[in-house]
Design a protein around this ligand. Structure first.
Ligand code: ACO
Length: 459
């Protein structure tokens, strides 16, 4: 018999099944809680809630572990390629050499985008952020390419995934070229996935781009490190939107929008902006650290902290190592790297950051790597999006195939006004309003433990 949890409410006892995980936290199954007890759970930010059962990636925030389909990120970083890692995430197993060649061929065959999509780009205002453009363009793909029908052959499904993986990279490079007023460079049959991207970004008829193997390797590694990360904000957005059975493109577009935020994927851009600001202020990290520690100041040290990792982010370690090697190997001097090192050293010996479990995350060094690759600042989050795409696809696919899957529809703990009458316009006076709603919207709720059925009260 499986393990059970016992919940006692007002003296009445309920048994809840426990789902055993392969690794990490087991889960109390509360799917019948409301039906049986009339209660729901409250978990802002969902930090204690499993939204699905998944077998794609595993992370242990305390130990700093990340695995894709069981394989440690360190091994994939060392030995795999981004295309192979994408295959692994989407299909569950490492490909044989024949499967890998077929997959690479599919990516090649579907790398061009419909010429009419260029007109869309041309109508965006100059200076529009490429993440906004990318989210719109991915949604627009649905108009040009069919979605996956409910009952389609595996070949058809794989074609759609390959199409998206390949076209997102082309669209990203196109958005940069058009924003710069440069002619678009088309993908080439003779180049690998990563080399193709660099070529589409930087090749020119007046200065042909010379493919550098180290750069290709660095980009491969950058994208492998970003390829999946369990139920993070953007992946949850893909699953939630996907649960309404929207087409794949719309679900991925939602993921791109979520990733844009500076607390999530937008942090790689914000880190470099912060390091630049420190540099422009004379390079002294102390005032920035002081601001981050001041609880009355909303300033955060970008690139530090993580919702799950309370130890070193394993991707951050690999990224840091690659950053040092790559810059040294190419004789690149970036003053921001010196500042980053000083900031990290100071932070890691400061009790405020240690006590709060704030360590460098993947974004802390990734921006410096991207700068060395010649990627412009406002394309940083786009680079993250290309890397995260195989993870989003794998998670979308898994949720689509999950027989327990449901339309995502969380509940809420309502703490607003009780029923009240509508006041005609002439009788309303702002001064008569209580400050009830104000307290609520700032989320000031406390739990009263005496009466389970009116458990939440306003403080
Ligand atoms: N600088 C200063 N203080 C911080 C930072 C930071 N970077 N991160 C967290 N804190 C503070 C929190 O405000 C909190 O203070 P409180 O107890 O007074 O409320 C305390 O440290 C503990 O925070 P956590 O609960 O560990 O962090 P949380 O889960 O709330 O937030 C997050 C995680 C959003 C990533 C946060 O650390 C952050 O904003 N970091 C900077 C942005 C960033 O680098 N984002 C990229 C994350 S990785 C990724 O998405 C790819």
């Amino acid at each position: 018999m499986g393990k059970k949890a016992r919940l006692i409410i007002n003296g009445k006892s309920y048994e809840l099944p426990i789902i055993t995980a392969t690794d990490g936290n087991d889960a109390i199954d509360i799917s019948r809680l409301r039906e049986e007890t009339g209660l729901i759970t409250y978990d802002p930010g969902f930090g204690n809630s499993g939204s699905c059962i998944s077998s794609i990636s595993f992370m242990d925030g305390e130990k700093g572990v990340l695995r894709y389909r069981g394989i440690p990120i360190e091994q994939l970083a060392e030995q795999s390629s981004f295309v192979e890692t994408s295959y692994l995430l989407i299909n569950g197993e490492l490909p044989t050499s024949e499967e890998l060649s077929r997959f690479s061929l599919l990516l090649n065959d579907h790398s061009l985008v419909h010429e009419d999509m260029r007109h869309f780009f041309e109508r965006f205002p100059r200076g529009a952020h490429p993440m906004g453009m990318l989210a719109s363009m991915v949604n627009a793909l649905r108009a040009f390419y069919p979605e996956i029908p409910e009952r389609s052959e595996e070949d058809e499904i794989n074609k759609t995934f390959a199409r998206l993986l390949s076209k997102l990279r082309t669209l990203a490079a196109m958005s940069y070229r058009i924003s710069m007023g440069f002619p678009v460079v088309y993908p080439s049959y003779f180049l690998s996935y990563c080399a193709n991207f660099l070529n589409m970004m930087f090749d020119s008829t007046v200065r042909p781009y010379v493919i550098d193997d180290d750069m290709v390797q660095a980009l491969n590694l950058f994208w492998i490190l970003h390829a999946d990360h369990e139920q993070n904000c953007s992946t949850s957005a893909v699953r939630l939107v996907g649960s309404a059975r929207v087409n794949l493109y719309a679900a991925i577009s939602a993921g791109i929008s979520a990733l844009w935020g500076p607390l999530h994927g937008g942090a790689n851009q914000a880190v470099v902006e912060m390091l630049q600001a420190i540099h422009d202020n004379g390079g002294n990290v102390a005032p920035f650290i002081a601001r981050a520690k001041d609880r009355t100041d909303p300033f955060l040290l970008m690139g530090f902290g993580h919702s799950v990792y309370k130890n070193y982010d394993p991707r951050g370690r690999i990224m840091k190592d690659m950053c040092h090697k790559f810059l040294a190997g190419h004789n690149v001097y970036d003053p921001l790297l010196d500042i980053a090192k000083r900031l990290e050293e100071t932070v890691l010996s400061d009790p405020f950051f240690i006590d709060n479990g704030l360590y460098p995350n993947v974004d802390f060094y990734s921006g410096i790597v991207l700068r060395a690759l010649g990627i412009p600042l406002d394309m940083f989050t786009v680079m993250f999006a290309i890397g995260r795409l195989p993870g989003w696809i794998a998670q979308w696919k898994e949720s689509r195939e999950d027989e327990r899957g449901k339309l995502h529809r969380p509940r809420q703990v309502y703490c607003g006004y009780e029923e009240r009458d509508y006041l005609p316009l002439g009788m309303r006076h702002a001064a008569d309003r209580g400050d009830n709603s104000d307290a609520l919207f700032r989320g000031k709720v406390r739990v009263r433990r005496t009466n389970a059925h009116s458990a939440v009260a306003i403080s």
